[in-house]
Write a protein that binds this ligand. Structure first.
Ligand code: ADP
Ligand code: MG
Length: 293
């Protein structure tokens, strides 16, 4: 599989002014995102996640390092406005606040908005809007007013808008942060479907460790650089490193870690609660048998 995004030693400094120097939000980020993959980006507040996301979808240009998007070197002096627009069309973003992302007074018009800006023929827009609403499970709300929907439904409408534009990759910047548990679940299962069934490359920025555990790979940012990366098993298998960066680990990992400290032989990379409970019960039973003999 090829990389949809490749970045090496990426840097970005917010411009300062007379009173304050610029702030180096990214201090050398290396990253490879495979086409069709599902990646989670973790990091405490201010670690540079949103800055990185905006660079990866070309809202901001990096001020140093390499950035290749779909095989095109975006930092080359030969890059044109057209190339930048093309990259922006391939990589979309869904933000945190559902209310800030909806522009129209009827759901289907909202979903169509981006396609209209692309100047697509109306029959094609109609087809894409219906398909996108089907994918996010919101077809029956097509004629509804967006402001009457729940937070989770609004986010699914925002997602439908990006799907209709046929993005290859969608970056979700804390898109579940303002939702209740039901809304979070709706949005996460939509994201999972986009990736597994529609083949869209997905990056989620999240503070919820159970959401990160759903990804193929996790990248942990700290102070503008990559602290660690790997599969959820690899990253959460080293909880001390995450705790040192003031980050949490999934509840199951924390529980299994405590079991280990108490002398039980259990793995740390189990994220399903039922499986975790079964493993703990088994480990305790084994210990008991050993104690009795
Ligand atoms: P995160 O999304 O991980 O919370 P951000 O990427 O938003 O972090 O911010 C990284 C750092 O850059 C923070 O210290 C933040 O204060 C700073 N920063 C973010 N946006 C701006 C801006 N527009 N101007 C100056 N500094 C900024
Ligand atoms: Mg942020």
């Amino acid at each position: 599989m090829s990389n949809i995004i490749h970045a090496k030693n990426l840097t970005y400094t917010y411009p300062g002014d007379e009173d304050s120097p610029g702030y180096p939000a990214l201090r050398g980020v290396d990253l490879d995102i495979e086409e069709g993959s599902f990646t989670a980006i973790l990091g405490h507040n201010g670690s540079g996640k949103s800055t990185l996301a905006k660079i990866l979808c070309m809202i901001n240009a990096p001020d140093g390092g390499e950035l290749t998007i779909l095989g095109k070197d975006m930092t080359s002096p030969e890059i044109t406005e057209r190339d930048i627009l093309d990259a922006r069309r391939q990589i979309g973003m869904v933000f945190q606040n559902p209310d800030n992302q909806l522009v129209a007074t009827i759901v289907e018009e909202d979903v169509a908005f981006g396609c209209e800006n692309l100047g697509l023929p109306s029959a094609e827009i109609r087809r894409r809007v219906d398909e996108a609403l089907d994918i996010v499970g919101m077809r029956k709300y097509a004629r509804h007013a967006p402001h009457k929907l729940s937070g989770g439904q609004k986010q699914r409408i925002a997602i439908a808008g990006t799907i209709a534009m046929k993005r290859k990759c969608i970056i979700f910047d804390e898109s579940t942060a303002m939702l209740d548990p039901k809304g979070r679940q709706e949005v996460m299962s939509t994201i999972e479907r986009l990736n597994r069934e529609e083949g869209i490359t997905v990056l989620i920025i999240t503070h919820h460790m159970n959401e990160a555990a759903m990804a193929d790979r996790i990248i942990v940012l700290s102070e503008g650089t990559v602290l660690t990366e790997g599969t959820p098993g690899e990253v959460f298998g080293n909880p001390e490193l995450l705790w040192s960066a003031d980050l949490d680990v999934p509840q199951t990992t924390e529980l299994l870690y405590k079991m280990r400290q108490a002398g039980y032989d259990v793995p740390l990379d189990i994220f399903d609660e039922e499986e975790c409970a079964r493993i703990i019960a088994e480990a305790m039973k084994k210990q008991q048998i050993r104690g009795n003999t």
